[in-house]
Design a protein around this ligand. Sequence first.
Ligand code: PMP
Ligand code: GLN
Length: 421
Amino acid sequence: MPDIRRAGLWHAMAESAGLTNPDGTIGETIYGQMTELAAQLGAVNLGQGAPGTEPPSELIDASTEAMRAGFNQYAPGQGFPQLLEAVAQQRERDFGQRVDPAEVLYTAGATEGLTAAILALLPRGRSLVAFEPFYDSYPAAVTAAGGSLHTVPILPDGYGGFTPDWDLFDRVVGEVDPAIILVNTPHNPTGCIFSADDLAHIGRAAEAADAWVLSDEVYEQLVLTEQAHIPPAVAIEDAARVVTVSSAGKSWNATGWKIGWVIAPPEVREAIQAVKQFLTFTAGGPMQIGMATMLTSDSRFVEENRASLAARAEVLVPACRTVPGAIVSTPQAGYFTVMDFSALTDLDAFALNDLLAREFSLVGIPVPALCRPGSPAYSAYRSSIRYSFCKSVADVDKGAQQFIALGSHLRQYPEALKLRS
Ligand code: PMP
Ligand code: GLN
């Protein structure tokens, strides 16, 4: 057979995401690895951000009806007009962002939207600046575009909160002259919500560098505190340089449907579509129609889902806090809490996660897996693990009981499990 290594892009993409093994083989994503580990051990899976609760039945009914009504062949490349119109309406209703349907592009989840936008808008050899930790698709997409990724840490404050390092942000942007600044708000995994001032800061930096602002807003509906989610396209004065990416997966418990969208000025949307149409052309026709119905309905599902997530966080987070010495984040938004074990162990998050999986039936995502080896964020999160509370009530309860058991075990045997070497 031809030499698989003679074309290097697939390997470079995996390598940039930290997925290559020492022997050159490629590993699963951290989400896949942790799902498998939990299944193997029968441990509570608080890893991948895949909800343990179902989508609203109205959404399933509307999509089923769309199938019965004949929406079963290719949708137009831009997406069904019903969805484009519905996204425009939803952005204005929920966030005051004026959107014309001509600016909206359906994508197979936010992942395809982000990758297509990066491929379309990052010139070969130029830089993209993102905050770290980050979603694992970013470095792979930058590599595919032939660009380079530079990161700015969102650092723990030692009390369960997080702040982006703005001095470093200014320095990095000044040094690398990025073509794209990527911001994920609310942020995975910290739950950090960027304020209007933060976003204006990013906007000014983008203007000075003449960069695009690529905004990943998949947790837009899942703010658990009083602070509002503000889309960068609303906060940034020169909104024409903002490309917004979002999806239905997280807000409607339908991560497997891969219904996402990109919003950008029509000529920018067309450029992104020019890339996207040769990745999937189009997907999820009936679900596009179902989502259009959902986005424009007066359903209270998102509100209820948010309340239910907050209730599950209320179960998990206090249980995590019973572990003596651990610093546990108070999630402002999203699906996750971040637990810093550095005061009670020398183990890194990978080894610790493995040990907690085996001994305490608890599986999370080691936060360094969402960082670049050697970076300040990688060191800051060296012994931090992300736990998802979007799982079923039963799993969150089980997870909470395991943390309480871990806490009491450690109070009795502070040297237990050789957490400190
Ligand atoms: N961005 C972030 C920050 C995420 O956590 C995720 C995972 N859901 C995505 C993008 C990808 O979203 P989708 O499943 O819609 O592709
Ligand atoms: N975004 C999800 C998370 O952070 C995972 C998505 C995936 O598995 N690619 O858990």
